[in-house]
Design a protein around this ligand. Structure first.
Ligand code: HEM
Length: 442
């Protein structure tokens, strides 16, 4: 007898399935599915069947299946109108050409340089805060993350030259992302996207031309892209360079901003743990001391807090693939043509893996407990397998630097006591979160 397909969660509406609930409260939908059917179940988004795979054993299947059986390009196709066929938006053979280019950006010596850039950018911003005041955290952190990304990937000079215009145009790109509508409908948001893309290209063109003329003057990621030759000797063209840069900014900036803001918020909501963090900073890297790689490695309590935020407030809370070949999962088979999805919201909340999962408890990662190490597919905020996030170490370092520099120079208090999760297409993040701050006497 052939195996059954994953059971459907209750509440599907005729014609729409779970589409409305998926939009309004997908955490509740996923949690109900898990309660009703366990680790493998299905939802319906209009006519599309979607299998939800929960738990390390099933998440392993999701991440380790080849791109041929579980295709990543198709479900994210709506991003192609904005970023072109780059990375996993490209056919698999092309993707294999692009991935080493991106890995180049995160080589060890580049990471050491980025650590310095991050500290300079963050310190400059902190110096401008005055002795006390109020800020909206998500906007502030988004600005910082943009400045860091611009300085690290475009190079300091090019980023200064492009200025804030680059990011203003970038916003028109991200506002036009739409998984439902055909991307070339005559709508104002799609016109604005195309105008912004053309403008971004026109401002990056002279920068790239200068880099081609004087490659010896620059040593940064943009230059690596400009120098890149395919095995047949061709240079990466302008279109690809621009698309790769924009795709990296997309993958990295709202995601990092969201989890950084949550790290600050959750530390402020947990003053006992924050005290451990502040004592550690005082010991390892007091005010004025540069955080070199050795010191960075010693900031355990920040690193555990950052990981706890990855678990409890993942910026990316679901991942999709198109099933191209029937896929056995546990007692079921997921048929070709379905979508498969993992859901961090539920995956990171399994009591069998994470003790008292609703509690913010970064010490669960300390030696002796190391709850995340029980299975390499237990904590999946940065994905897993072949498509695991290439920017993970960069993002974790940036979150550590922002948190360390902020809390060693300022005392803070949440004015918005309980910020809520706001879901976007780029990433989930806190909605408005106002904090009050006072400079510490150091
Ligand atoms: C907290 C911040 C971040 C989070 C939560 C995050 C999360 C993720 C996740 C879950 C994936 C896997 C996607 C999938 O399997 O469908 C991914 C892939 C990726 N991320 Fe990140 N990311 C973050 C920061 C960054 C940064 C800073 C960069 C680069 C500047 C970056 C670049 C990428 C790239 C290029 C991929 C595609 C990898 C591939 O398919 O080869 N990410 N990220």
């Amino acid at each position: 007898m052939s195996q059954p397909t994953p059971p459907l969660v209750s509440g599907a509406l005729p014609g729409l399935g779970h589409a409305l609930e998926f939009r309004s409260d997908r955490t509740a939908l996923m949690r109900r599915g898990f309660e009703e059917h366990g680790k493998v179940f299905s939802i319906k988004l209009a006519n599309q069947d979607v299998a939800i795979l929960i738990g390390p054993e099933n998440q392993k299947t999701f991440f380790m299946e080849t791109d041929k059986a579980l295709n990543i390009q198709e479900p994210y196709h709506f991003l192609t109108a904005t970023f072109g066929e780059v990375l996993f938006l490209a056919p698999h053979e092309v993707y294999l050409d692009h991935r080493p280019l991106v890995l180049e950006a995160f080589r060890r010596e580049k990471m050491l340089h980025y650590a310095d850039v991050m500290q300079e950018v963050v310190q400059q911003w902190l110096d401008g805060l005055g002795d006390s005041g109020e800020i909206e955290l998500v906007d502030a952190v988004t600005y910082l993350v943009q400045e860091v990304a611009g300085n690290c990937f475009l190079g300091r000079e090019a980023h200064q030259q492009l200025g804030r215009e680059f990011w203003d145009l970038y916003i028109d790109l991200s506002k036009a992302l739409d998984p439902l509508l055909p991307p070339n409908l005559p709508l104002p948001k799609f016109y604005r996207r195309d105008r912004a893309k053309a403008k971004l290209k026109s401002i990056l063109q002279p920068v790239i031309a200068e880099r081609r003329q004087h490659p010896e003057r620059y040593d940064d990621f943009l230059q690596d892209l400009v120098n890149k030759r395919y095995p047949d000797g061709r240079l990466a063209d302008e279109e690809l360079i621009v698309n790769l840069l924009l795709a990296l900014m997309f993958a990295g900036h709202e995601t990092t901003a969201g989890q950084t803001a949550w790290t600050i918020i959750m530390l402020l909501q947990n003053p006992d743990y924050l005290q451990l963090v502040q004592e550690e900073i005082q010991q390892v890297a007091p005010a004025g001391v540069h955080i070199d790689p050795k010191r960075m490695m010693q900031l355990d309590h920040i690193s555990w807090a950052v990981r706890e935020v990855e678990r409890m407030r993942p910026s990316v809370d679901m991942l999709m693939r198109t099933v191209k070949e029937d896929l056995p999962v546990g007692d079921y088979v997921v048929p070709q043509g379905w979508l498969a999805q993992v859901a961090q919201d539920v995956a990171h909340n399994l009591p069998a893996l994470f003790d008292d999962p609703d509690t913010f408890d970064p010490l669960r990662y300390a030696p002796g407990r190391a709850e995340d190490k029980q299975d390499r597919f237990a904590l999946i905020g940065f994905g897993g397998g072949a498509h695991k996030c290439t920017g993970m170490n960069f993002a974790n370092m940036e979150m550590t630097v922002i948190t360390a520099l902020l809390f060693r120079q300022f005392d803070l208090e949440l004015v918005t006591k309980h910020p809520q999760v706001q879901r976007g297409l780029g990433a989930s993040r806190p909605d408005k979160a106002v904090v009050r701050y006072w400079r510490r006497n150091t």
